[in-house]
Design a protein around this ligand. Structure first.
Ligand code: AN7
Length: 337
């Protein structure tokens, strides 16, 4: 499959001959979820964004943001991140042969994402502060230094991420009643809404935030957001108004889900659907289970990142392995009991 700039060039702000930094992102599976559909009583499809090259939806935005940065002559790119943007930036900067710098909240990003950022050769800076403070600082820094900011405040990120809506539309023949999606910094819900609008579609947009990090639900920024879903541990989303507009003008809503509900959906998807996503991604399904999706009959849930990103949380949720002596009788007992 071609990368998404190539696949959707006529709908993206790129011209023939522009540099394209791609890892063949996009074209991710949209998988029917029979057990989840039965549980909630509507037809549910899962958009598996963990199948992107670095394991999250961020690659859609990053191919565009880094390609544009290279086109504009940037020698370095920077972001604040709860982890996935950092991993994606690092990979695309490596691919482009430019410097990558990421600022992450110290001790608060999942192990897989940290490993990715470091392996791809980015400079990883651990801030004694949260994501919101990190974003504030990189905005100030990039305003006065020749370093391109590729958080989703960057328009190219939203442009790239809207292509996921195009893919869902193609696969479902534009027949979709509602979209369930986790909301952190609110770039992705903004992007999906833009994508659907460009096709003349108006599915209800249901955004879900972790209860301890739910500024849009409470209507004010949260000073110290907390949740097991570290990717969406964000208290002051950059695209606040656009996200609210997507939800209200589509007839959707924003709701909170507890960590317990998130983890229940996380385990359910892995054990009952064979789909391993990260905790933040499971917020979309937790929200559908807890709050429903209005009158919708056909729903898509966006699973934004791969479960392997966060092995620590996974291992805390499951039983222990079974130790065994290397003898047939022992293995018989272990397997059959
Ligand atoms: C798995 O990486 O903000 O509402 O810095 O990694 O567009 O922010 C990640 C966000 C959902 C929320 N699911 O999307 C970052 C970062 C996963 C994520 C979100 C994120 P937005």
């Amino acid at each position: 499959m071609p990368g998404l700039i190539e696949r959707y060039q006529s709908r993206l702000p790129f011209a023939d001959g522009d540099p394209v930094i791609s890892l063949e992102e996009g074209s991710t599976p949209l998988v029917f979820a029979p057990r989840l559909s039965e549980r909630v009583g509507v037809e549910v499809w899962l958009k598996i964004e963990g199948a992107n090259p670095t394991g999250s939806f961020k690659d859609r935005g990053m191919t565009c943001a880094v390609s544009a940065a290279v086109r504009d002559g940037a020698q370095a790119v920077i972001c604040a991140s709860t982890g996935n943007t950092a991993a994606s930036l690092a990979a695309y900067a490596a691919r482009a042969g430019i410097r990558g710098v990421v600022i992450v909240p110290e001790g608060k990003i999942a192990m897989g994402k940290l490993a990715q950022a470091l392996m791809h050769g980015a400079r990883v800076i651990a801030l004694h502060g949260n994501f919101d403070r990190a974003l504030q600082l990189v905005r100030e820094l990039s305003a006065t230094h020749p370093i391109a900011l590729v958080n989703s405040v960057n328009e190219f990120r939203v442009e790239g991420q809207k292509t996921a809506a195009f893919e869902i539309a193609e696969e479902l023949d534009e027949q979709l009643d509602a979209l369930c999606i986790p909301v952190g910094n609110a770039g992705n819900i903004t992007a999906y809404w833009r994508g659907f609008n460009e096709l003349g579609m108006r599915p209800r947009m249901f955004g879900f935030q972790a209860a301890g990090a739910a500024p849009l639900v409470h209507g004010h920024p949260i000073e110290q957001p907390e949740t097991v879903a570290s990717a969406i541990r964000i208290g002051n989303p950059a695209r606040w108004e656009q996200a609210m507009d997507a939800m209200t003008s589509s007839g959707g809503s924003v709701n909170a889900v507890s960590d317990e509900q998130i983890l229940d959906a996380y385990r359910f998807l892995a054990a009952q659907e064979g789909v391993f996503c990260e905790p933040a991604s499971a917020a979309s399904v937790a929200g559908l289970i807890a709050h429903g999706a209005g009158e919708a009959q056909r729903v898509a849930c966006v699973l934004t990142g791969h479960g392997l990103k966060d092995p620590d949380t996974a291992l805390q949720q499951v039983g222990a392995v079974i130790p065994c002596e290397p003898e047939l009788s022992a293995i018989e007992r272990a397997v059959m009991s």
